[in-house]
Design a binder for this molecule. Structure first.
Ligand SMILES: [Zn+2]
Length: 413
C-alpha cells in the first residue's frame, strides 16, 4: 500500500459514518496487502495498514471463515510465540475470463493467485451478433462452469476482453469494428443473466492489468504492454493505473503514422504502424517486394502464412528478411517516440508476433537505441514475452481479480 492509499484509509476512518463502505475499504485493502506481502503476520498488517490489531483480527477472521485466506507456517520470530502467517487461499474463489474474437471464444478460469485452473477454446460466431450475443454468451458461460467441474458458488465474476473502444466503467462496448458491435451494453444485462459481476475492457488493457497484478509489471508504476500479431496494440499503465484517455480509446499505438502517405491501413488512414508491423503488414511488404498481387480481404493474414514467411527469413530469404527488418525498424522508432514521451520503467512486448525473435527485434533494438533521448532508454527494461491466445483470456479474468483486490477508494490496479 502506498502512502497516498494509507492516508485515504486513515481519512475514511475519521470521515462521515458509512460503516459498510469503510468495512469494504478495509477488507479490500487487507486482501490487497495479503496478496502482495503474504505470507504475512497480523502485526505486520497492522503496521502496514495503520488499522488496529483488533480490526485486523476481526476482518481476517471473517475472511478465514469465508475460505478466502489460509493460515500458514510461522514468521521468523524475535523471541516469544511465533506468529501465524496469512496468505490468500488460491482456491477460495475463481474468476472467469473470455477473450472474444470474430469467430472464436477463448476461455480460462483463474484461481485467486491468477493461475489458470481450467481453459478451453472453441469456434463461436460472434461477429455482427451484437445485443443477441449477450444471451449466447450467458449460455456459454453456464456451460463452461459446468464443464470445469468447479463450484458455481465460488465464481466471483466474469471478465471480457475484446478489441475496440470500450467504456469499462459502464460496461459498454462502444465500437468494436472487428466484432461489428456498436453501443452494446454488456456488464449489466450479462451480469443479470448470470447473477455475478461482469467486467469488460479493451483486450490490451486487460493484458496490462494482468501484468500489473500478477506478471512482470508488478514492481512498476509506469510500464507499457505492446502486443504484436493480428494488430499492434498498446496498454498504458501510468501512475499505477491504466491510462484510458477521454473516450477510453487511448493506446491506439498501431494507428500512429510511421510513413506519411504510406500504405492504407485497415482503419482507413495511410501509413499507420500496423500497416507495416502487424502480421498482415509484414506479409504485404513481402508481397509488394516480390511484385505479387495483394489479395482482397488480406488483412486477416492466416497464421500459417506469417509462419511460412518467418521460416523463409530464418533460411536467409532476402525479401522475407527485409519485410521483418522494416517492421522492426518502424516499431523501434515508434517505441522510441513513446519512451521519449512517457519514460516507462518497463516495456513488455507480447502477443503472437513477439515470437519472431531476433529477425524482428534486432532492427527494433537498433532503431530504439538510435532514437531514444539521453538516458531514458538505458534506464528502461525491455522484456519480450511471446504469448499465446490463452494469455488474452487470462487478462480478461484479471479484470475480476482486480476488483476483488481493489479498495473502492484507493483507485489504481
Ligand atoms: Zn490505422
Amino acid at each position: 500500500m502506498n502512502e497516498e492509499s494509507r492516508k485515504t484509509l486513515m481519512k475514511s476512518k475519521n470521515g462521515p459514518a458509512n460503516r459498510q463502505l469503510i468495512r469494504d475499504i478495509n477488507q479490500n485493502s487487507l486482501l490487497n496487502l495479503i496478496k502482495t506481502e503474504g505470507p504475512v503476520a497480523r502485526t505486520r498488517l497492522a503496521e502496514l495498514s495503520g488499522l488496529s490489531l483488533a480490526t485486523i483480527s476481526y476482518i481476517t477472521g471473517d475472511l478465514l471463515e469465508r475460505n478466502l485466506l489460509l493460515e500458514s507456517g510461522a514468521a521468523e520470530s524475535t523471541g516469544g510465540r511465533k506468529p501465524v502467517l496469512l496468505e490468500i487461499r488460491p482456491e477460495g474463489g475463481f474468476a472467469i475470463g473470455l477473450k472474444l474474437t470474430e469467430y472464436e471464444i477463448i476461455a480460462v478460469i483463474l484461481n485467486l493467485n491468477g493461475e489458470i485452473v481450467y481453459s478451453e477454446r472453441y469456434s463461436f460466431e460472434l461477429r455482427d451478433h451484437g445485443k443477441q450475443a449477450i444471451f449466447l454468451l450467458a449460455e456459454q458461460v453456464q456451460a463452461l462452469i459446468g464443464r470445469s467441474g468447479l463450484a458455481r458458488a465460488k465464481m466471483i465474476g466474469l471478465g471480457l476482453g475484446m478489441p475496440g473502444l470500450i467504456n469499462s466503467e459502464k460496461g459498454i462496448c462502444i465500437d468494436s469494428p472487428i466484432l461489428g458491435w456498436y453501443d452494446v451494453a454488456i456488464s449489466e444485462p450479462l451480469g443479470d443473466l448470470l447473477n455475478m459481476p461482469v467486467y469488460v475492457d479493451n483486450d490490451v488493457n486487460s493484458l496490462a492489468i494482468y501484468e500489473k497484478l500478477f506478471g512482470q509489471g508488478q514492481p512498476f508504476d509506469h510500464f507499457l504492454t505492446i502486443t504484436m500479431g493480428r494488430g499492434v496494440g498498446l496498454g498504458l499503465v501510468i501512475n499505477g493505473d491504466v491510462y484510458r484517455g477521454g473516450l477510453g480509446g487511448a493506446g491506439e499505438f498501431g494507428h500512429t503514422t510511421v510513413i506519411i502517405d504510406g500504405r492504407q491501413c485497415e482503419c482507413g488512414n495511410l501509413g499507420c504502424l500496423e500497416a507495416y508491423a502487424s502480421d498482415w503488414g509484414i506479409l504485404h511488404t513481402a508481397q509488394e517486394m516480390r511484385g505479387e498481387e495483394i489479395p482482397a480481404n488480406s488483412l486477416q493474414a492466416p497464421e500459417h502464412e506469417i509462419l511460412r514467411l518467418l521460416d523463409q527469413a530464418r533460411a536467409g530469404d532476402i525479401v522475407a528478411l527485409e519485410a521483418f527488418r522494416l517492421a522492426g525498424k518502424l516499431l523501434g522508432v515508434s517505441l522510441a517516440n513513446l519512451v521519449n514521451l512517457l519514460n516507462p520503467q518497463l516495456v513488455l512486448l507480447s502477443g503472437s508476433g513477439a515470437g519472431a525473435g531476433s529477425i524482428l527485434f534486432d532492427p527494433m533494438h537498433q532503431a530504439l537505441e538510435a532514437h531514444t533521448f539521453a538516458r531514458l532508454g538505458q534506464e528502461m527494461r525491455l522484456a519480450i514475452e511471446p504469448a499465446g491466445d490463452e494469455s488474452w483470456a487470462r487478462g480478461a479474468a484479471s479484470l475480476v481479480l482486480r476488483q476483488f483486490f481493489l479498495s473502492p477508494v484507493n483507485g489504481g490496479i
